[in-house]
Design a protein around this ligand. Structure first.
Ligand code: 2P0
Length: 327
């Protein structure tokens, strides 16, 4: 069987996913809306080998360990079932950004794995089917199949076939920029899956989170059509802080921020009050992402890099679809 290598970009949700309505099929409790990011990507190669009874997974050149390998293996079982094969696979995955620190490595990771594994298994699948499969690896990965602006549909079918991402607009529709301020490279204290399950079980605010999500998505969609940065930025901050407030209302509280994250949130808001279009979004980790327009990237980078403790600033525009790379 042939070896296939695929690349997928990470994505950042502007309207956030947090919570599941079905754990087995990994169906989200809310829809979400994201931007695919050009500068952050995972490249994964997969080769199924006859006679191999287990899967091996390396991430950034080192053995990924039992937990991650089991998760990838369970995912490959879905591909093997579709393709009617039983061979084990050698999986090699490389991220061009820090792994596991709230930078969506599972999104680009599972999207790249889906595209590479399906092709290596001899399957010719539509992007929609790839997105449906990716979702079962990681919810946010369903969005990384597509470039540009992407909406993850909540869906309503019990089999999950309509819980898929759909491309809204390609990257060229609206050149936006995002600055990713790395505040720490440490692994996060609680993973997303565990964090969202704890939240759903214990937060009294969870029903309100689920109920109010469709309005946020509708507003974000409109803002993108109209290329209205103020409207998109405001709804993004609202969804972000609603999600973090929700996570903090779990018992015990889930707090992804560090002290520098808080400093940066205030700084971005201060700069915005001075007329710079800059809006904060944060995921399940302490990194602060800043949504802005390309013409402000240089100025913002200069101003923010003066703040003590930032380890790295990554600047990115929107990226394209997940794709197979030539061998
Ligand atoms: C998102 N996050 O919409 C939200 C916002 C983090 C914060 O999707 O359990 O790794 O694998 O489906 O996709 C991260 O969670 O969770 C995530 P699983 P995933 O981007």
């Amino acid at each position: 069987m042939k070896k296939t290598t695929a690349l997928a970009h990470a994505n950042i949700a502007l309207v956030k996913y947090w919570g599941k309505r079905d754990s087995r099929l990994n169906l989200p409790a809310v829809g979400s809306l994201s931007m695919t990011l050009k500068a952050l990507s995972t490249t994964t190669s997969v080769e199924f080998q006859e006679g191999l009874s287990i899967d091996t997974l390396s991430i950034n050149g080192s053995d990924a360990g039992e937990k991650q390998t089991r998760r990838a293996s369970a995912f490959l079982d879905l591909i093997r079932k579709d393709a009617g094969i039983q061979h084990g696979a050698i999986i090699e995955s490389v991220n061009n950004f820090p792994t596991g620190a709230g930078l969506a490595s599972s999104a680009s990771g599972f999207a790249a794995l889906t595209v590479a594994a399906a092709n290596a298994a001899g399957l010719d699948l539509s992007p929609t089917r790839l997105s449906e499969l990716s979702r079962q690896g990681s919810g946010s990965a369903a969005r990384s199949i597509f470039g540009g602006f992407v909406e993850m549909k909540l869906g309503e079918k019990a089999d999950g076939s309509d819980s898929i991402a759909v491309p809204l607009h390609p990257a060229e529709h609206w050149p936006l920029a995002m600055l990713i301020l790395i505040t720490s490279e440490a692994e996060k204290p609680i993973g997303s899956t565990e964090g969202m399950n704890l939240t759903a079980e214990t937060s009294p605010y969870y029903p309100a989170w689920v109920d109010t999500s469709p309005d946020d998505i509708a507003i974000a969609r409109e803002a993108i059509v109209a290329r209205d940065i103020e409207k998109l930025g405001e709804i993004s901050e609202f969804s972000c802080f609603k999600m973090h407030g929700l996570a903090m209302s779990a018992n015990p509280a889930i707090i992804y921020w560090n002290g520098l994250s808080v400093t940066l949130i205030h700084e971005v808001r201060r700069l915005r009050a001075q007329g710079i279009p800059a809006y904060v979004t944060m995921d399940a980790g302490p990194q602060v992402k800043v949504l802005t327009l390309p013409e402000y990237v240089e100025k913002l980078t200069g101003l923010l890099s003066e703040i003590k403790g930032i380890r790295q600033i990554i600047s990115t525009e929107l990226g394209g679809d997940a794709r197979i790379l030539p061998e």
